[in-house]
Design a protein around this ligand. Structure first.
Ligand code: BMA
Length: 820
């Protein structure tokens, strides 16, 4: 078997549609894997679509067809030789021709294609062309054949098997990529190849690791074929008769793979070799991990839970939803993915949900999660729409599902296949949707028949859920008592304190918007003046009434500032507060509630969104709030039996014992009441502790704070909203010191200071601070460490009020203008 990548010498040209004159008859160098936007940017023919209002000026690209061409040298096929052209992924509507002979057409970016090229391959010079029709035009035509169906956004993304958010989303640009987005190569072989390798990796009850490798072999010649499988030095082999084989390798006392926070992630090398007359002809290598996974959905007294059980251990899923990390997908490097997943782990997350409006993630993504113990929930790519169950869509859905289930089957990090995002409540709950269907198919058969049947047949090693949210039977999918739930009334309609209105069994989506970090925002949006309603800012706010919801969500807690920079901080802080409020509520109900997945970890371009990390990879204040709220040990004050109660959450395999120290004091530091009590929380559990009346009854709610601390963890409980608190607007002094690799900023509180944040990116774009949203009692100090390669001419910039922010400043903005 020889594999030759065909990534060199590609050229791109417009091939029809409303391309500007400058492109007429012009051939430009092209990258494969890549996409038209990136090639045109590299050639200086279009501006960066993420900058300012460029997205809107590039709508002509929605309607243009493109042609990619390359030439390569090779030899003519031998008599018994097979030669195949293999595309791992084409985006999306393509006609492929070799030396002028059409090999086939493609209409699905979520799968690969293999073409037999024996009849058209030439000795010497060969020319390969991939003609890409405009995806939007195709989708519109497909929709007119399949019949109109509801969707959450204007373009018919539900009529084409292309990443749904390609067509615009409430955080994403309306730019349809086109290109050869995954590797392409020539494969030549004359004996046989491993057409499919499907290792089912499980653990027997006695702790023996079991690897059942199912093989499909494609033969060109009649030989004596043997499949050899090795795991960690243990080898098993079997003769291959026909086109399939099954080899089992047992690994006694296999070291188990655990989610992060529960143990290690040992990975074992699995090698599958196909021998023909004792000579190796094809090999497959990968890393596997031994673990079991199930979801407990057994009905209990109240409803049905949704608890991930890994190696027999019940896990509270702490995490976030994942969207494509760059709308221009082919720019996402393995290093970028690793950084993002490191950030998730850094925020104490143990799960990422790959949301159905994006893609089946890449092998690089899964490898990074396997190595770090991040559990992955993979949606099948269906989101917020009704989907036709007829041809040609149906066969594409089946083909892509088969391919991706097989591709990902041996990944220890993958713990759930999920049918779709929100399409079930779209049918039952979304106003007018079901009625407008008029009896047409809407995708239910995919989620309840086709996809679960494929998972059962190809991957019996992990659970399947029909959708998110989901409740069994005829119950409303979003019912809090059953299965998974999405909470969107908060953000859309209600104040974030309403997170407490429901106690879901598993909250798979909830979130609140905030703008990107200042450096990211001002790099990409250069409106003068920059305001929440300036044109480019608005183009980068995709949510319906997004700014209105930001302001209405802020007003009950903090004044809504007129000044943009103050507004930026206030809305970022409110985002962080809102989501942490939800996380603490959900965690406090463990084990009844078994998961909190924030919408959303990441961004795919610079935008005001629900993300914790913006598109330039900078953590927003929310990121630090999540790091605290998802910490293994958490103290939180929650209402129980009508009064504020201390909840100690111990997501750790050791008991949490010690002394809890509670104190009510004035903002200026006068102690009014103190209580000590013993703490003893069993591993992986939650304990409730009463707070005395003395602690809970302020003399003046506006000028007092209650803190409760144990083992270096402290919760701050206020008796009034920030906007009503008698904060000192200048409650601290700060000193900056240069240290190796950056700066330290020591803050000394003269009065209570809440949610200190050092917005270091305002001073140096590369600067990252170690922590944020730190609250100090009068007299306390805290040292922030800022990592940066920058050498600041005036390091006091790091303690300037526009950089060193607090809730005090947001609450008393009118007394504390940015200018000083
Ligand atoms: C949910 C998600 C996304 C959306 C988010 C914010 O519906 O599934 O579709 O971006 O809410 O509105």
């Amino acid at each position: 078997m020889t594999r030759t990548t065909l990534h060199e010498g590609w050229r791109l040209r417009a091939d029809g549609g409303p391309a500007p004159d400058v492109l007429a008859g012009r051939d430009i160098p092209a990258q494969v894997p890549g996409s038209t936007h990136l090639d045109l940017m590299a050639a200086g023919l279009i501006p960066d679509p993420y900058l300012d209002s460029n997205e809107a000026s590039l709508t002509w690209m929605h309607r243009v067809d493109w042609q990619y061409t390359t030439a390569f040298q090779t030899s003519a096929p031998g008599v018994d030789e097979r030669v195949e052209l293999v595309f791992d992924g084409i985006d999306t509507i393509a006609t492929i021709a070799l030396n002028g002979v059409v090999l086939g057409r493609t209409a699905n970016m979520h799968r690969g294609y293999r073409f037999d090229v024996r009849d058209c391959l030439r000795e010497g010079h060969n020319e390969l062309t991939v003609t890409l029709a405009a995806a939007l035009t195709y989708a519109e035509q497909a929709e007119s054949q399949l019949g109109w169906r509801q969707r959450a956004y204007p373009h018919p993304y539900n009529a084409i098997r292309k990443m749904a958010c390609s067509f615009g989303w409430d955080w994403g640009p309306d730019l349809q990529t086109a290109g050869i987005w995954k590797p392409v190569r020539l494969e030549r072989w004359d004996t046989a190849r491993l057409a499919q390798v499907r290792p089912l990796v499980t653990v027997d009850a006695d702790g023996t690791g079991r690897v059942d490798v199912h093989l499909d072999v494609e033969r060109a010649a009649d030989r004596d074929y043997i499949a050899v499988v090795t795991v960690d030095g243990r080898e098993e082999r079997t003769a291959v008769s026909g086109n399939a084989a099954h080899v089992t390798v047992l690994v006694p006392d296999a070291r188990l793979w655990w989610p992060v926070g529960y143990g290690e992630q040992p990975l074992y090398e699995l090698t599958v070799t196909l021998l023909a007359d004792a000579e190796p002809v094809d090999t497959d290598r990968r890393r596997i991990g031994f673990r079991t996974v199930a979801v407990d959905t057994e009905p209990d007294g109240t409803g049905t839970p949704f608890v991930f059980v890994v190696n027999g251990t019940r896990v509270f899923a702490k995490g976030a939803n994942w969207i494509p990390d760059d709308h221009l997908l082919t720019r996402v490097t393995p290093e970028r993915l690793a950084r993002r997943i490191d950030q998730a782990v850094g925020a104490n997350m143990n799960m990422l949900r790959i949301w159905g409006g994006g893609i089946y993630e890449t092998d690089d993504f899964y490898a990074a999660c396997d190595e770090r113990g991040v559990l992955v929930w993979q949606d099948f790519p269906f989101a917020c729409a009704f989907y036709a169950e007829e041809e040609p869509l149906r066969s594409e859905v089946e083909a892509e599902a088969r391919e991706n289930i097989t591709r990902l089957v041996a990944r220890p990090s993958l713990v759930l296949w999920n049918g779709n995002n929100e399409n079930l409540p779209a049918y039952t709950d979304w106003e007018g949707w079901q009625e407008a269907l008029d009896g047409r198919s809407w995708g239910l058969g995919y989620y309840t028949e086709l996809l679960p049947a494929l998972v059962t047949a190809l991957d019996p090693t992990r659970p399947y859920a029909p959708g998110s949210p989901y409740s069994p039977g005829d119950l409303p999918p979003n019912d809090a008592l059953y299965g998974t739930r999405h909470e969107w009334d908060v953000w859309n309609m209600l104040d974030y304190t309403h997170y407490r209105d429901h106690i879901p069994r598993f909250c798979a989506e909830f979130g609140f918007q905030g703008p990107p970090t200042w450096a990211t925002l001002t790099r990409w949006i250069r409106d003068q003046p920059l305001t929440p309603t300036s044109p480019a800012f608005l183009l980068h706010q995709k949510a319906g009434d997004g700014n209105g919801k930001l302001d209405r969500g802020l007003a009950p807690h903090l004044p809504v500032p007129d000044d943009f920079e103050q507004w930026h901080w206030a809305t970022q802080l409110n985002q962080a507060r809102a989501v942490a409020f939800g996380v603490e509520h959900f965690r406090s109900w463990w084990p009844y509630t078994a998961g909190a997945l924030v919408w959303q970890l990441n961004d795919c371009w610079p935008v005001t969104s629900w993300a914790a990390v913006d598109s330039d990879e900078r953590p927003k204040p929310l990121y630090y709030a999540l790091k605290h709220a998802f910490a293994p040990r958490l103290l939180t004050v929650q209402p129980r039996h009508g009064r504020p109660t201390l909840v100690a959450v111990n997501d750790h395999d050791q008991p949490w014992t010690g002394t809890v120290r509670a104190a009510r004091q004035t903002l200026t530091g006068d102690l009014l009441a103190t209580v000590e009590m013993p703490l003893d929380v069993a591993p992986r559990s939650v304990a409730l502790l009463d707070l005395t009346d003395d602690l809970l009854t302020p003399v003046d709610p506006r000028s007092e704070v209650l803190t409760v601390a144990a083992g270096g963890i402290r919760v701050h409980h206020q008796f009034a909203e920030d906007r009503d608190l008698a904060y000192d607007p200048t409650p601290f002094t700060a000193e900056v010191t240069r240290v190796t690799g950056g700066y330290q900023v020591e803050v000394r509180a003269t009065s209570y200071v809440r949610d200190l944040a050092l917005l270091a990116d305002k001073v140096a774009p590369d600067a990252v601070v170690d922590d944020m949203l730190v609250s100090l009692l009068a007299g306390e100090t805290h040292t922030f460490t800022v990592r940066s390669a920058a050498s600041l001419a005036d390091s006091s910039a790091l303690r300037h009020p526009r950089v060193l922010r607090s809730a005090n400043a947001a609450a008393r903005a009118e007394e504390r203008p940015d200018k000083d």
